[in-house]
Design a protein around this ligand. Structure first.
Ligand SMILES: *Cc1c(COP(=O)(O)O)cnc(C)c1O
Length: 461
């Protein structure tokens, strides 16, 4: 068996440009610039083909909770591949890792959750959510309840249903989305939309848009609402404390199902196991993926609450939906090993009691920088709003170009931060140390200072 060839960066970039279409990428621009080839990683650090060492402030794509290079996860995959590399869960079959993982997820999630439907990704799990929420109301004898409400600038994945639930207008514009029966309300993004309201008032106002939308559609036609506890890809938008309790009250009042998309917030990111526990909501569905395996294997899952599962199971009939890789034994074995380590090492408690308070203090210091209009954080999620003139909450003109410059400077300085328009975001691995948080902050400050000097030089400030 031949190993993956060792090539020069230029050779890899040429092959990449010739053959590889990348997700969320302008292929022509990438081909001109050349892709960054990441060749290995250890702990919180990435290494690229040019030998750069980069602190991964984004945990890959929010997923590498336990950091890179955990041998236990590699061993779990290897053992399971030898024992049973694949078998399906259709036709009345199952495999031990998938069964064990179902039971483990029932144990870790809030008490109303005792059933799970497996998928290969978060997007697929959200497709399952749409199918299952709609089928629930058909089984309940209310087939007209089919509309699902979600939020502008939310992110729920990239399949046709996932992107439709999401509120990314650039995604909707490509491919005729949203699909029918999905409608959007505004997001609880105080920095952009709060105007003169204080955050608490604004949170209530944003939540009440849900009630207005339900009344506009007719409550008897609304199946479900879905949202991320904290919007991740939209820019780490941490809603005011008043928001989620009011949303919960409204959903209870109209008897509407509630999906909490925990693909980012799940498994310790906020300092609790699940984001709904931080905000005190009582969802009927949890969408899970990403950190469920620390990204070492692709896996998604939809947790289904007892009140939904009971109807679903009692009324019977085949659910005409499933994926070849639903309950994949290798992915499930890696998830089990990942969750076992999280429990044994007390990873979530350490985030809540030690790392998050430390990160919050250090990240908060960035608010003093002349370019930073707001520095917010929750758990190990952080965001910086870049603005030309404090304390105004006005963004830079040509929204997004300053953020992209900041991101590129940061990567050159050895830190992955992500830019969402002019918001810089981080979500480091949950196993990051205090010293590594200090390093992250030092690199962020250096990068902001360089950006500030560049913007001055170019007449932006
Ligand atoms: C990443 C993400 C998804 C989609 O997950 P994939 O595994 O990329 O399909 C869904 N919801 C949220 C909140 C996400 O961050």
């Amino acid at each position: 068996m031949s190993p993956i060839p060792e090539r020069s960066t230029a050779e890899w970039q040429a092959l990449d440009a010739a053959h590889y279409l990348h997700p969320f990428t302008d292929s022509r621009a990438l081909a001109a610039r050349g892709t960054r080839v990441v060749t290995r990683a250890e702990g919180v650090y990435l290494y690229d083909s040019e030998g750069h060492r980069i602190l991964d402030g984004m945990s890959g794509l929010w997923c590498v909770a336990l950091g890179y290079g955990r041998p236990e996860l590699a061993e779990a995959a290897y053992r399971q591949m030898q024992q049973l590399p694949y078998y399906n869960s259709f036709f009345q079959c199952a495999n031990p890792p998938a069964i064990e993982l179902a039971a483990k997820l029932a144990e870790l999630t809030p008490p109303q959750f005792n059933h799970v439907f497996f998928s290969g990704s978060g997007s697929e799990a959200n497709d399952t959510f749409v199918r299952l929420a709609r089928r629930y109301w058909m089984l309940r004898g209310e087939p007209e309840r089919q509309v699902i409400i979600s939020r502008w600038n939310g992110y729920h994945g990239s399949t046709m249903a996932g992107a439709s639930l999401g509120g990314m207008k650039a995604m909707h514009a490509q491919g005729g989305l949203p699909i029918p029966g999905i409608v959007h309300i505004n997001q609880p993004y105080w920095f952009e939309r709060g105007g003169n309201l204080d955050p608490a008032e604004f949170g209530l106002q944003a939540a009440r848009e849900l009630e207005a939308k339900i009344i506009e559609i007719g409550p008897e036609r609304v199946a479900a609402f879905i949202g991320e506890p904290v919007q991740g890809a939209g820019g780490v938008i941490i809603p005011p404390e008043t928001y989620w309790p009011e949303v919960q009250r409204i959903l209870d009042r109209y008897g509407i199902l509630f999906g909490s998309d925990e693909v980012i917030c799940g498994f310790g990111r906020t300092g609790r196991w699940f984001g709904c526990e931080h905000f005190g909501t009582r969802p009927d569905f949890l969408t899970l993926a990403k950190a469920i395996t620390s990204g070492y294997q692709p896996l998604g899952a939809l947790m289904v609450s007892d009140r939904v599962a009971e109807v679903f199971i009692e009324k019977g009939g085949e659910f005409a939906h499933g994926y070849t890789y639903s309950g994949h034994p290798v992915a499930a074995a890696v998830a089990l090993a990942n969750l076992e380590i999280m429990q044994k090492e007390g990873v979530v408690d350490r985030v809540r009691n030690d790392l998050a308070p430390y990160f919050s203090t250090r990240w908060g210091e960035l608010a003093a920088h002349p370019l930073v209009g707001e520095a917010r954080s929750l758990g190990l999620l952080g965001a910086l709003e870049l603005v030309p003139r404090k304390p105004s909450r006005e963004f830079f003109p040509e929204r997004g170009s300053v953020g992209t410059r900041a991101r590129d400077i940061s990567i050159r300085n050895g830190l992955v931060m992500r830019a969402v328009w002019d918001t810089l975001i981080v979500a480091p691995p949950l196993v990051i140390t205090r010293n590594e948080i200090d390093e992250l902050l030092t690199k962020a400050v250096t990068s902001l200072d360089q950006l500030h000097a560049d913007l001055r030089r170019d007449g932006w400030l």
